[in-house]
Write a protein that binds this ligand. Structure first.
Ligand SMILES: [Zn+2]
Length: 73
């Protein structure tokens, strides 16, 4: 997102068992492992809330500063 050039997020199509069902997406924050938004109504606009989150900003700042990140399994 151009608004948040330093943030790394990934939009992932959700596997759907029913081919006729509406496509669903989830948004993953690559800086905060485990933070995934699944509710489609809460994807990008809702995710902005996360991008303003203090813990998220700390994770981004840590990455930008080149400090080692906690191991991600
Ligand atoms: Zn985050």
């Amino acid at each position: 997102m151009s608004k948040y050039p330093n943030d790394r997020i990934e939009i992932v199509p959700k596997a759907n068992a029913d081919p006729n069902a509406a496509a669903e997406w989830k948004v993953k924050c690559l800086d905060c492992p485990g933070k995934v938004r699944k509710n489609p109504e809460e994807t990008l606009s809702g995710f902005e809330v996360h991008l303003k989150n203090r813990n998220h900003r700390r994770a981004v700042d840590a990455r930008l500063s080149g400090k080692p990140q906690p191991a991600v399994v």
